[in-house]
Design a protein around this ligand. Structure first.
Ligand SMILES: [Zn+2]
Ligand SMILES: [Zn+2]
Length: 185
């Protein structure tokens, strides 16, 4: 049919697809996360979580905190100063810096709600909007009340900081359909 629109993802779905694609490369014994920074509808960078360049992977014992996540004394969502893994959001922002792309005014789309540290860094990098797929909560009783207040005040500084819902079956269909030519009319 001439003029028939080709079904394609929305801009939000596209960002989520990119974040999910980045997540496939994550190497961390904790939650695997992917992120993308977009500015003016253009992709600046992607990131996933794992140890810094040149260091053994988290899955190879490269991170002491992650390696002792089931046995160690470190609380969920805490002791990040002991964790050598770079978060997906940090990696996306740092990749932009590494290659000289300004993140000012950019949007961060990530597969998991950014932690306290990533919120600080995203804010300071000029990110104005944060959208994430999955919620994350510290284990009950393990969050310092002062930290919770600071975390909330950080999140409030973004013009947008929201969980998004996408139809994952629809996203998979877009990936599958991309291999086939558009239906001829
Ligand atoms: Zn790790
Ligand atoms: Zn983080």
């Amino acid at each position: 049919m001439p003029g028939a629109a080709i079904a394609r993802p929305s801009k939000l779905e596209y960002a989520v697809l990119l974040a999910l694609a980045a997540r496939t490369r994550a190497d961390c014994l904790g939650r695997r996360v992917g992120a993308v920074v977009i500015r003016e509808d253009r992709v600046l960078s992607t990131g996933y979580n794992g140890t810094p360049i040149g260091m053994p992977n988290c899955s190879e014992g490269g991170c002491h905190r992650c390696a002792s996540r089931d046995t160690g004394p470190y609380p969920v969502g805490g002791a990040y100063d002991l964790c050598v893994c770079v978060h997906a959001e940090q990696n996306a922002i740092l990749a932009a810096a590494r290659f000289g792309q300004s993140t000012l005014g950019g949007t961060l789309t990530t597969t998991l709600r950014p932690c306290f540290g990533c919120c600080k860094e995203a804010l300071q990098a000029g990110i104005v909007a944060v959208r994430y797929l999955d919620e994350w909560e510290p284990a009950a009783g393990e969050q310092d009340p002062g930290l919770a207040v600071q975390y909330a005040s950080l999140r409030a500084r973004f013009a947008v900081f929201e969980a998004v819902t996408v139809d994952r079956t629809r996203l998979l269909a877009f990936l599958a359909a991309g291999a086939a030519p558009a239906a001829a009319g």
